[in-house]
Design a protein. Structure first.
Ligand SMILES: Nc1ncnc2c1ncn2[C@@H]1O[C@H](COP(=O)(O)OP(=O)(O)OP(=O)(O)O)[C@@H](O)[C@H]1O
Ligand SMILES: [Mg+2]
Length: 388
C-alpha cells in the first residue's frame, strides 16, 4: 500500500521541473501500459507515474478494476504515484483499496507571465530555509536529498536528527545556524552534500559558494567581507554578494582549511549570532541557514588548525569515507541513465541496443576511489560505445 500525491494544473510544470532536476523521471500510466514498459523500469531509478488517465478508463470499464488493483501491487517503492487533483474524489473512491494515504505535492505554482507594462520591481523571491518547511515539505526534502547523495548512510541519519533538532531550537532562538564540517578524501561527495541540499530546497538560483582555495590567505577576510571603509576600491565582499544572489538558506564554504585565523574568528561570530556583517557594516540575517564547510584536512590536522572554540561550534564534524562498491554501482546506473536520456533528448533517439547494460558492464567500480574519475570513465565508455 502506498501514498497517492495530487498536483494541481497550476503546479504541474514547476513540480515536474524541480523533480526532474533531482533525477526523477515522469511517466504516464497509459504510456506505460500501451508500450509494455513496466518490466523495463529500472529499479535504480526513481519514477513518478501519473495515473490520471485511469479514472475515465476504469469508470467506463468497471470489469478492469480487478486487474488494476493487482497491477499496483507489483510496483517497487522507487515508484511514486501522482494524479491530477481534478480527479481527486473519483480516484480516492476507485482505488480505495490500493492507496492508504492521499497527499498534495509540494510545489510552487507555475509562474504567470508578467503583464507587459507592469514593472517587476518586486523583491526577488524570498529565501527558502530548512526552518520554513512544513512537515510534508521536509519529508520531500529528505527524499530528494537522499536520492541525490549516494552512500554515506550514517551521515544521512545524523543529518536528519540534526535538522529536526535545529528546526525546533531555531524557533526558540537558541540555534541560529546549522553548521556541518565535512572532511575526507577528494571526490567522495563532500561538496555534493551542499549541492544536494541546494537542489532539495528547490533552488532556482546559483549556490552561494565561497572557495578559500581561490583566495590568497593574507587578505582572505578582505575578499570575504570587503576591505575596511575608506580603502580605495573597498566593496561589500564576496560573502554577502553570494548570499544575496541565492534563493535558499544555504552557504557552502569550500576548502575552509586554506583560510586564516581572522576568517576562522569571523565565522565563529557568524555561527554564534546568525548574522553576516561586512566591512561596510551592512548586516544580513542568516538565522535558519545551513552552512556546509568542506575541507581535505585529516582528523589530526583538524585539531591543530581549527581552534577549540570554533571546533565546538560545528554541529556536525565528520570524515567522509570512500563509497562502497554497491553505492558506486548505483551511481553508475544513475549516471548512465541520465546521459542516455539527455542524449535521446538533445542528440538522437537512435541508440544502440543494450547500451545501458554494455556501458555498465565495462566499468569495474572497484578501480575508482574518486567519483570524478568514475564519472569520466562513464563518459568515455559511453562515447566509445555510441560512436560507430
Ligand atoms: N556520494 C555521492 N553521491 C552522488 N554523487 C557523488 C558522490 N560523491 C561524489 N559524487 C560525484 O562526484 C563529483 C565529485 O564529488 P564532490 O564534488 O562532492 O567531491 P568532494 O568530496 O567535494 O571532493 P574535493 O575534496 O576534491 O572537493 C560530484 O560532482 C558528484 O557528481
Ligand atoms: Mg569539494
Amino acid at each position: 500500500m502506498s501514498t497517492l500525491f495530487f498536483y494541481t494544473k497550476e503546479q504541474f510544470f514547476n513540480f515536474k521541473t524541480t523533480q526532474t532536476a533531482v533525477g526523477f523521471e515522469f511517466l504516464s500510466m497509459s504510456k506505460l501500459l500501451s508500450s509494455q514498459k513496466i518490466d523495463g523500469l529500472d529499479e535504480y531509478r526513481q519514477y513518478y507515474v501519473d495515473i490520471s488517465s485511469l479514472v475515465g478508463f476504469v469508470k467506463s470499464n468497471d470489469s478492469q478494476l480487478l486487474n488494476f488493483e493487482q497491477l499496483f501491487g507489483g510496483f517497487g517503492d522507487n515508484i511514486t504515484f501522482i494524479c491530477d487533483k481534478a480527479y481527486e474524489t473519483d480516484i480516492k473512491y476507485i482505488f480505495r483499496y490500493v492507496f492508504d494515504d492521499f497527499c498534495d505535492v509540494e510545489a510552487e505554482r507555475d509562474e504567470t507571465p508578467i503583464e507587459s507594462g507592469e514593472k517587476s520591481d518586486v523583491k526577488p523571491n524570498s529565501v527558502k530555509k530548512i526552518t520554513d518547511l512544513d512537515d510534508q515539505e521536509l519529508e520531500i526534502f529528505f527524499e530528494n536529498f537522499d536520492a541525490r547523495l549516494y552512500g554515506h548512510e550514517r551521515f544521512k541519519e545524523e543529518f536528519k536528527g540534526l535538522v529536526n533538532s535545529f528546526r525546533v531550537f531555531n524557533k526558540l532562538g537558541e540555534h541560529k545556524i546549522l553548521s556541518l564540517f565535512l572532511m575526507g578524501d577528494s571526490g567522495v561527495g563532500k561538496t555534493e552534500v551542499a549541492r544536494s541540499i541546494h537542489k532539495a530546497l528547490g533552488s532556482k538560483s546559483k549556490l552561494a559558494k565561497i572557495n578559500f582555495g581561490n583566495y590568497s590567505s593574507h587578505d582572505a577576510l578582505n575578499s570575504l567581507i570587503g576591505s575596511p571603509l575608506g580603502y580605495i576600491g573597498s566593496d561589500g565582499g564576496e560573502l554577502l554578494k553570494r548570499v544575496h544572489e541565492s534563493d535558499v538558506g544555504l552557504i557552502l564554504i569550500d576548502e575552509f582549511e586554506k583560510a586564516d585565523n581572522a576568517v576562522f574568528n569571523y565565522f565563529l561570530d557568524v555561527l554564534e549570532n546568525g548574522k553576516i556583517v561586512n566591512s561596510q557594516a551592512e548586516e544580513y540575517d542568516v538565522s535558519g541557514y545551513i552552512i556546509v564547510f568542506t575541507s581535505n584536512i585529516t582528523k589530526d590536522n583538524f585539531k591543530s588548525k581549527i581552534s577549540p572554540e570554533l571546533r565546538s561550534r560545528f554541529d556536525y564534524k565528520g570524515m567522509f569515507n570512500l563509497l562502497t562498491d554497491e553505492d558506486k554501482k548505483k551511481f553508475v546506473h544513475f549516471r548512465v541513465n541520465q546521459i542516455i536520456s539527455k542524449y535521446e533528448e538533445f542528440v538522437s533517439s537512435d541508440i544502440p541496443d543494450k547500451l545501458h547494460d554494455n556501458v555498465v558492464a565495462e566499468i569495474d567500480v572497484s578501480q575508482y576511489k574518486n567519483m570524478r574519475d568514475l564519472n569520466k570513465k562513464i563518459k568515455d565508455t559511453f562515447v566509445a560505445l555510441i560512436t560507430p
